[in-house]
Design a protein. Sequence first.
Length: 121
Amino acid sequence: MMAIQYTIAMVTPRGTDPLVDKDYVERIVKKLEAAVRTADKGKTPPNPVKANKGNRKLEADMGKGCNERVPENLLHQRAGSSLKEAYEAGVLVISCHDDKWECHQSTRIPEDVLCHAAPRR
């Protein structure tokens, strides 16, 4: 229960958070889609990246391979951006979800990563 509350708190904007840069979100979603397809160790679902929660959360669906390092790696190593750049564009959480795990990476506090078992049904 506490993990759910913390996940909601991660994506809830605070008064000091930047406004969402819709151009950045559109660009990074396209780059992340390509990144997910190359990083996925399973069968990548169609349209694997979605912007949710008012474009404050970017969600990457994967076949296999989601872990605590994947959200940042997708953004930094494969999409050419950073957690800082995402935060400055108003994105508060980058997440991945595969057949076993869901991991949420905060851009506001980069050391905050929350993973939990979340098998698809």
